[in-house]
Design a protein around this ligand. Structure first.
Ligand code: PMP
Length: 410
């Protein structure tokens, strides 16, 4: 039986009741964004109904309440990913992409130069790939890519070859949003540190569905997005080790991030506010805290088990068809709760469109991993991705819709 009480959980996600042409929505596009439970929707509405004010600088009651709630949200999120430094190690950004750019601009532009190397993987999301590529062009540094094997895993021998004394930054995706691969980020962190390099981990597909401990990984930076973990859009998180965040230059300048300003000079505010210029994401931060509490109450181990239970079933059912290619590792326990695949006879976009006729929402495209898709020899793939409210009956609806598409294009 399902590791989670899905019926109860589904009751908290009103959007799942939507129907299209008489078919109940089957939402399997969770790797793109997840749906929002009532407590998180309430947190947003309650904030605007009762607490809305600007933070940090107000003397009045509302501003004090908003400030405390917003600041404490940083502590809750920090603790959720095992950051013992609390708010000082947790910067709120717009999303994972902005977290990646923050480090690339604030650290990369200042620290990188000719002869330096940034090591990425062939399965990086464009959020990291394009960002480091452009920073490298501006600084004269070189980007190297750890190869992906036929089985969709990182070639760790190649990683050991690439990461060396010229490496200054290793930026790796924890769980691939295209292949589902779970990368050995702890091992990569050790490799980076043995070579005096920093490591940035893109945890956008990891934090939503498994326990993550940034200190056990020994990541220097670790980023994720609220909208992929039952939280609102417009908020992401950047964990950074305190000493590194203290030493690094700011990314954006302006109000809230300063301590003392004269016409000639400025000094910076305490962590993490030094990295949160201007009026921050107050409602989103407070709602993200609610999302974290919601997930913690259910339990991250159980959420992970539920996704593996669904993935195992989906892989098994999709293997009934010999004209379907599934990308990435083949074992459910070895991968995240998403499945990238292609049908021999049907373009991924047509497949997604037929699925949509069945009210089954999946993704089709390059999933912001164009070079990886080039390597796979396809422009696009279809992707079904699961979350805590999905059921095996919904996987059956997915498989029925896939079968329908096969027959239509046969
Ligand atoms: N990295 C990975 C692995 C992702 O899956 C995504 C979202 N598709 C991102 C980064 C970017 O996240 P966001 O769009 O929230 O910045």
């Amino acid at each position: 039986s399902a590791p989670l009480d899905v019926e109860r959980i589904r009751g908290e996600f009103p959007i799942l009741e939507r129907e299209f042409d008489g078919n109940q929505l089957v939402y399997l596009d969770n790797a793109a964004t997840t749906q929002t439970p009532e407590p998180v929707i309430d947190a947003i509405a309650d904030y605007y109904r009762e607490t809305n004010a600007n933070v940090h600088r107000g003397i009045h009651h509302l501003s004090q309440e908003a400030s405390i709630a917003y600041e404490e949200a940083h502590d809750t999120v920090a603790e959720f990913v095992g950051a013992s430094g609390g708010r000082e190690e947790m910067v709120f950004t717009k999303n994972t992409t902005e977290a990646e750019n923050l480090v690339a601009y604030a650290w990369g532009l200042n620290e990188l130069g000719e002869g330096d190397e940034v090591v990425l993987t062939e399965m990086e999301h464009h959020a990291s790939l394009v960002t480091w590529q452009q920073i490298a062009k501006r600084t004269g540094a070189e980007v190297r890519y750890i190869e992906v094997t036929e089985g969709g895993e990182l070639d760790m021998d190649h990683a050991r070859e690439l990461i060396g004394e010229d490496t200054r930054m290793v930026s790796v995706v924890h769980v691939s949003n295209a292949l589902g691969t779970i990368n050995p980020v702890g091992e990569l962190a050790d490799l980076a540190h043995e070579n005096d390099s920093l490591i940035f981990v893109d945890g956008a597909q990891a934090v939503p569905n498994r326990p993550v401990d940034v200190e056990a990984i020994d990541a220097d930076f670790y980023a994720f997005s609220g909208h992929k973990m039952a939280g609102p859009t417009g908020i992401g998180c950047l964990y950074g080790k305190k000493a590194i965040l203290e030493a690094m230059e700011p990314f954006l300048y302006g109000g809230e991030m300063i301590r003392k300003v004269t016409y000639e000079e400025s000094t910076w505010n305490d962590l993490p506010w030094k990295y949160e210029a201007g009026t921050p994401l107050i409602a989103q931060g407070i709602a993200l805290e609610q999302a974290v509490e919601y997930l913690e109450e259910i339990g991250m181990e159980r959420i992970q088990a539920h996704e593996e239970w669904l993935t195992e079933y989906a892989l098994d059912r999709l293997s009934e068809f010999d004209d379907i290619e599934v990308y990435g590792p083949k074992e459910a326990g070895n991968r995240g709760g998403l499945i990238g695949f292609n049908l021999d006879s049907v373009h991924a976009h047509d497949l997604a469109s037929i699925m949509n006729d069945h009210a089954v929402a999946i993704r089709a495209g390059d999933h912001c991993t164009q070079p990886l898709h080039d390597k796979l020899g396809t422009a696009a793939s279809a992707r079904a991705s699961f979350y805590l409210y999905n059921t095996r009956e919904e996987v059956d609806r997915l498989v029925e819709a896939v079968d329908d598409a096969r027959q239509l294009f046969a």
